[in-house]
Design a protein around this ligand. Sequence first.
Ligand code: AMP
Length: 190
Amino acid sequence: MIHLILFGPPGAGKGTQAQSLVDYFKFMHISTGDLLRGEIAAKTELGLEAKRFIDAGELVPDETVIGMIKNLLDRICTVPGVIYDGFPRTVAQAIALDTMLTSCKEGITALLSLEVPHDELVKRLLLRGESSGRTDDADVATIENRITVYGQKTQPLIDYYTKLKKYHPIEGVGSVEEISARLISKVKSL
Ligand code: AMP
């Protein structure tokens, strides 16, 4: 079975490209950001707790996100393919995911990393904030904090998956279709 991590800084296009890959390969799509926004909309205790971190541009605590993935493990272990979008975001989450997948004799196939320059990220996020109403895309300070947090806590995953020979950089600038085509051809070559 195939387990792909779609990786990159905020604004790299993970959500859009995850959808392209899902449409093409019919894999299961797991976006921890979408799951958290669902909890917020449903006003659950988890959602209210998570909102404070999200609005500040910080990461939600590892145990919360890992718990959400654990709840999906029965499906993760039985479908033909999964695309992880926005997860893992810390080394602790990556280790937890490896352990969960090992428990059903599965493992990560590849990490596809969308590479986009810093200024382009800020531009895209501000534009998205205007149309989506996402509170964490609304101002430059929160956006910059998310990019800083990405550098400190999430970027170390590149080393982690490079050592496992699973890191694949993908040029993340161009039209949505061009980037989808690069990703699809990479997945087919794996
Ligand atoms: P996203 O939709 O992936 O950009 O996620 C939006 C926000 O949700 C992030 O800025 C984090 O605050 C939170 N979040 C999403 N996924 C994770 C994760 N794997 N670990 C920690 N926080 C997360």
